[in-house]
Design a binder for this molecule. Structure first.
Ligand code: KG4
Length: 334
């Protein structure tokens, strides 16, 4: 079965072609980075307009690079939610229209399911069950994954997502957008123990997260330097902030695995591309006798390949969408 997958939940227009759940034939991503960078964050209306301009060229490029035409496609799948509704509507409506006109079945995928299954695009794929941390610009959640369509929420952020915290700290320090990659780059040269930023463990045994207190603490620390007209030690601030985020993410993910009696741990989402997080999670898993599975960077950040995989499993389990199905901004999984 040949699958055309489309992702447009935020600021990347992406299309992929897969053969079943086994072979990725094309994976195209068009980023709107330059459009939003000047505003220091995503402007939803601009994002929708950029998706409209990019959708057909991106889909066409995916088909051409896979060496096929639309006539060869057996299933079209697109992200249905969560995300920016104006952005989602472009990809999802495009997918439904293509499917309707060409008489091809169509599935609507939850973006979160894509991140939870993205590890399936790698050569080394975990058996079920596994504990998965999904950590991105809009989500910080832990799930128990028992098969390709069953995801049970174990914990989630009560305020900011970890990626959002990275982006806000980058904005505070005038490092540009998106914040994650640049904060982690600056953190490499800093001392993670320079500042004792708070770790929000919440109630004992809680698997929920909170990053708003950490963010406020970083703001206060930076303001103290600025008020005294002192140079802000950007590298040390980034390293100490990143360390505080990583510690909480790793401890709670491993606690969740322990509670679920899982021996396999998976991570996904844009922040899972953070090398310090990857190293710390791998090392802690090794020390606790758990297997750690991390998707390559391109499958951590938004991509259509993971949507294709999730859409394939959804179709196999008998789910398709009708032309009047709507996009949604909040995930029912979360
Ligand atoms: O999954 P993603 O591409 O989009 C969604 O939010 O769905 O994740 C984007 C988020 C942004 O907040 C970005 O700053 C963060 O992932 N990010 C990182 C890194 N690369 C991307 N955060 C920390 N370290 C990174 N290397």
């Amino acid at each position: 079965m040949l699958i055309l997958a489309i992702e447009s939940s935020c600021d990347d227009t992406a299309a992929a072609v897969l053969r079943d759940n086994t072979t990725l034939l094309a994976n195209v991503i068009s980023s709107q980075f330059d459009v939003h960078a000047q505003y220091g964050g995503i402007v939803p209306e601009l994002a929708s307009r950029c998706h409209i301009e990019a959708i057909w060229p991106v889909v066409n490029e995916a088909l051409v690079s896979a060496g096929i035409t639309l006539d060869d496609i057996d299933l079209i799948t697109a992200t249905q939610g969560p995300g920016l509704v104006g952005s989602l509507l472009v990809g999802f409506t495009f997918a439904k229209a293509m499917a309707l006109v060409n008489n091809i079945p169509c599935t609507g995928v939850d973006h979160m399911a894509g991140h939870l299954l993205a590890i399936g695009l790698e050569d080394r794929v975990p058996d079920f069950p596994y504990t998965a941390l999904v950590v991105s610009g809009g989500t910080t959640s832990i799930f128990s994954v028992t098969d390709n369509t069953t995801f049970t929420l174990q914990g989630r952020t009560r305020d900011d997502a970890a990626g959002e915290a990275f982006d806000k700290v980058a904005k505070l320090l005038d490092l540009g957008y998106p914040g994650g990659p640049v904060v982690s780059q600056r953190a490499e040269k800093g001392d993670p123990a320079a500042f004792a930023f708070p770790r929000a463990w919440l109630d004992k045994e809680s698997l929920d997260f909170s990053f708003s207190g950490l963010k406020t603490s970083v703001v206060n620390q930076v303001n103290r330097f600025r008020q005294k007209n002192e140079l802000v030690p950007v590298e040390d601030i980034c390293a100490s902030f990143q360390q505080a985020v990583i510690e909480v993410l790793v401890v709670k993910t491993l606690l969740s695995a322990k509670k679920s009696q899982h021996t396999r741990v998976v991570a996904g989402g844009g922040v899972a591309a953070n090398d310090a997080l990857r190293q710390h999670l791998s090392e802690q898993c090794r020390q606790q006798g758990l297997e750690c599975f991390l998707p390559s960077h391109v499958f951590c950040t938004d991509n259509a390949a993971m949507i294709g995989l999730a859409g394939y499993y959804q179709f196999q389990s008998g789910h398709t969408v009708s032309p009047d199905a709507d996009a949604y901004s909040r995930s029912p999984l979360n």
